[in-house]
Design a protein around this ligand. Structure first.
Ligand SMILES: NC(=O)c1ccc[n+]([C@@H]2O[C@H](COP(=O)([O-])OP(=O)(O)OC[C@H]3O[C@@H](n4cnc5c(N)ncnc54)[C@H](O)[C@@H]3O)[C@@H](O)[C@H]2O)c1
Length: 273
């Protein structure tokens, strides 16, 4: 067991894919009941079918809607009697960074609406319950891109930097009752990475129609792993489960003296200049 979550009720945003899905799986393995939310419920429905509807409760939730977030959190508290853990994994990346496209004003708005306001809305939604029950633990999913500069992809790292500052400020605000931490992954093969690849291919194809428009495949996953082998100290990119294990630890009582921290799960990528 990596972290004892028996008896805990967890709300996970973005649980329908990638890291959020892995967190939901890991939390169930560690004994929690997971309210698995996503704007698109296909993935969470599959998860509930697989893991059982006693362990996984499916709720459709768009984190950009503060009223919906508050409603879902209070319904969870009412039906389960407590709401102990929140993991904010819902996130978007909207443009390609290979000098083919630049973020548009709409990209900036959507990136900030989901990656920043979505985190704020989710955290604010659980605060009344966590404060009144006198305990709670929140983990936001950041990114190592919050720390570095990238030439053409402005909105995503800027949104991740903003959410990380918010996470740390919130840890101070909510101490000593509620702990708030972030896990910052490096590069993870997930729905997000395959969408970046598909978008890149669409842009390349639009510029040069002789380049075939192929959907991302397992060959691309293999190539993704190969491309990160040389540049990552530990020799590979991350898998969603690598991130989920760190989230489970920070969420659990084993991390009872840890708040306001950002744990990098990046194979050591951040320590390079
Ligand atoms: N994949 C990576 O390389 C990587 C690296 C660092 C950080 N991250 C971060 O990890 C988190 C999860 O990313 P992932 O790789 O699992 O991506 P993913 O695309 O596989 O999963 C993201 C999920 O968020 C959901 N979502 C999007 N908008 C939403 C909204 N408005 N309300 C509710 N749900 C919404 C999507 O439907 C999707 O299921 C994100 O915050 C992302 O920024 C990812």
């Amino acid at each position: 067991m990596i972290a004892d979550l028996r008896g805990k009720t967890a709300l996970v945003t973005g649980a329908g894919s990638g890291i959020g899905e892995a967190v939901a799986r890991c939390f169930v393995e560690q004994g929690a009941v997971v309210v698995a939310t996503d704007v698109n419920v296909d993935g969470v429905e599959q998860l509930a079918e697989e893991l059982g509807r006693d362990a996984v409760k499916v709720v459709q939730l768009d984190v950009t809607d503060a009223t919906q977030c508050a409603q879902v959190a209070s319904e969870v508290a009412a039906s389960h009697g407590h709401l102990d853990l929140l993991v904010c994994s819902a996130g978007v990346v909207l443009a390609d960074d290979r000098e083919l496209a630049r973020d548009t004003p709409a990209d900036w708005d959507q990136c900030f609406a989901v990656n920043v306001r979505g985190v704020v809305n989710s955290c604010e939604a659980v605060m009344p319950t966590m404060k009144s029950q006198g305990q709670g633990s929140i983990v936001t999913i950041g990114s190592i891109s919050a720390h570095g500069a990238r030439a053409t992809l402005g909105a995503y790292p800027a949104s991740k930097a903003a959410a990380l500052r918010y996470t740390k400020g919130l840890a101070l605000d909510l101490s000593p009752t509620i702990r708030v931490n972030a896990v910052c992954p490096g590069a993870v093969w997930s729905g997000m990475q395959s969408r970046i690849l598909a978008e890149t291919r669409r842009v390349v194809h639009a510029l040069d129609p002789s380049v075939p428009l192929e959907e991302p495949s397992t060959d691309d996953e293999t190539a993704f792993f190969a491309s990160y082998q040389a540049i990552t100290p530990l020799g590979r990119p991350q898998r969603p489960v690598d991130v989920a294990k760190a989230v489970a630890f920070l969420a659990s009582d084993d991390a009872s003296e840890i708040t306001g921290q950002c744990l990098h799960v990046d194979g050591g990528a951040i320590i390079r200049d």
